[in-house]
Design a protein around this ligand. Structure first.
Ligand code: SF4
Length: 283
C-alpha cells in the first residue's frame, strides 16, 4: 500500500489567520469570546474551542452584549456589523481578505447600477454575507440550468463564491454572456482553492483510492470530494480516522489523501499514521 498526500491538504491562509486569532485571544484571557457562527466548518475544531470556553453564536440575538466577537473567514453583511457594534461588542474581524475583495466589488458595482450575480450556493454563509453588500439584491445561482432561467439584463456584474469549482464557474459564465448586454465578470475563486482543487484532481487520476478529509458540512471539502470522484470512483469523504474505510482497501492500493481548507493538521496526521500502520501490517 502506498500513501500520497497532496501538498495543499489542510488549513488555507485565511483559516490559519482566524484560528491564530482565537488562540491569541485565549492566551490574553480578554474575557468572553464568541464566534459569530462556527469558526470553521469542522466539528472537531469547533468542539475543541467550545471546551475552552469559546461560545458559538448562531444569530445576532445569541451574541452576549459586551463580548469579544470574532467574525469568521466567511465574512458578514454591513448590516450585521452595525448590529453587533450596537450590542457594545468588540469586533475582531477575521473575514478572509479574498472574501473582502468580493464584498468590495459587489458594493462598488451595486452603487454603479449593475445587477449583481453571485455564482455560488445561496445557503452558504459567505454568499449570504456578500449579498448583504448590495442590500440583498443579488441573483444567486450555482448551476447552468439556473443561469439559463434568469431574465435578460442590461448591466450585470458577476462574482463567484471563493470556493467555487473553476469548471462550473466557466460554464455558467458562458451562459450568462448570452443573457447580459453589458457584463463584467470577476473570477473571485481564491488561489488556495484553485490550487487545492487542481492538485486533488491530478492526484485522483493517479491513485486507486482517494481519501478526502474534512467536515461533512464543509462546502470546499464536499467540492473536493466531487472533483476527485470524477477521476477516482473509490473516493471517500471522511471527518476522522474512525471513518477510514479500512475493509475496502487492498494491499496493492495506491491511496491519495487531500483535505479541505478547514481541516487541521492533527486530523490529517492521525489518518496518515493509521494508514501507515495498516500498510505495515499488510506487508
Ligand atoms: S478558502 Fe480561500 S477565501 Fe476561503 S478562507 Fe481560505 S484562503 Fe480565504
Amino acid at each position: 500500500m502506498k500513501i500520497m498526500v497532496a501538498n495543499s491538504a489542510g488549513y488555507c491562509f485565511g483559516v490559519k489567520r482566524a484560528i491564530e486569532s482565537i488562540d491569541k485571544l485565549l492566551e490574553q484571557r480578554i474575557g468572553w469570546i464568541c464566534t459569530y457562527g462556527p469558526i470553521i466548518h469542522n466539528p472537531q475544531v469547533v468542539e475543541h474551542y467550545e471546551n475552552m470556553g469559546v461560545k458559538v453564536a448562531n444569530s445576532i440575538d445569541d451574541i452576549p452584549p459586551g463580548s469579544n466577537v470574532i467574525i469568521r473567514t466567511h465574512g458578514i453583511s454591513s448590516k450585521e456589523y452595525r448590529l453587533i457594534q450596537q450590542k457594545g461588542c468588540k469586533v475582531f474581524d477575521k473575514t478572509c481578505p479574498f472574501v473582502k475583495k468580493v464584498q468590495r466589488i459587489v458594493m462598488e458595482y451595486h452603487q454603479k447600477g449593475y445587477t449583481i450575480i453571485i455564482v455560488g450556493d445561496p445557503q452558504h454563509p459567505e454568499v449570504k454575507g456578500v449579498n448583504g453588500w448590495c442590500e440583498g439584491t443579488a441573483i444567486i445561482l450555482d448551476s447552468v440550468e439556473r443561469a439559463r432561467e434568469i431574465p435578460c439584463l442590461e448591466k450585470g456584474c458577476v462574482v463567484s463564491q471563493t470556493t467555487m469549482a473553476y469548471e462550473k464557474w466557466e460554464n455558467i459564465n458562458q451562459v450568462l454572456r448570452t443573457k447580459i448586454k453589458d457584463m463584467v465578470a470577476f473570477n473571485t475563486i481564491c488561489d488556495a482553492t484553485y490550487q487545492r482543487q487542481k492538485e486533488a484532481e491530478d492526484l485522483a487520476k493517479r491513485v486507486d483510492v482517494m481519501i478526502v478529509i474534512g467536515g461533512l458540512n464543509s462546502s470546499n471539502t464536499k467540492k473536493l470530494a466531487d472533483l476527485c470522484r470524477k477521476h477516482c470512483e473509490r473516493t471517500y469523504h471522511i471527518e476522522s480516522k474512525e471513518q477510514l474505510p479500512l475493509n475496502k482497501l487492498e494491499k496493492s492500493d495506491i491511496i491519495g489523501i487531500t483535505a479541505g481548507a478547514s481541516t487541521p493538521d492533527w486530523i490529517i496526521n492521525s489518518i496518515v499514521d493509521e494508514l501507515e500502520k495498516q500498510a505495515k501490517g499488510r506487508d
